[in-house]
Write a protein that binds this ligand. Structure first.
Ligand code: 9UX
Length: 70
């Protein structure tokens, strides 16, 4: 598994954390996720043979959050 940290804008409560982690968990190739509300980041473990960073960022945006240019 690779591990990346993605900056995410718009997480304002524990429910946001849950919904991001739930949205990511539905994708093949994504392992453990950990959203940090205070830091505005999400750590994502993923299998790079199954999913790419760009798709992970799109999944976060589809869940209703903004991923600024990193
Ligand atoms: Mo709580 Mo986070 O309603 O969008 S889930 S602010």
């Amino acid at each position: 598994m690779d591990k990346i940290t993605i900056k995410v804008e718009g997480m304002t409560c524990g429910g946001c954390v849950t919904s991001i982690q739930k949205a990511l968990g539905e994708h093949d190739g994504i392992g453990k996720t950990a959203a940090d509300l205070d830091a505005g980041t999400v750590d994502v473990e993923f299998d790079s043979t199954l999913i790419q960073r760009s798709a992970i960022e799109r999944a976060i945006e589809s869940a209703g959050f903004d991923v600024p240019a990193q």
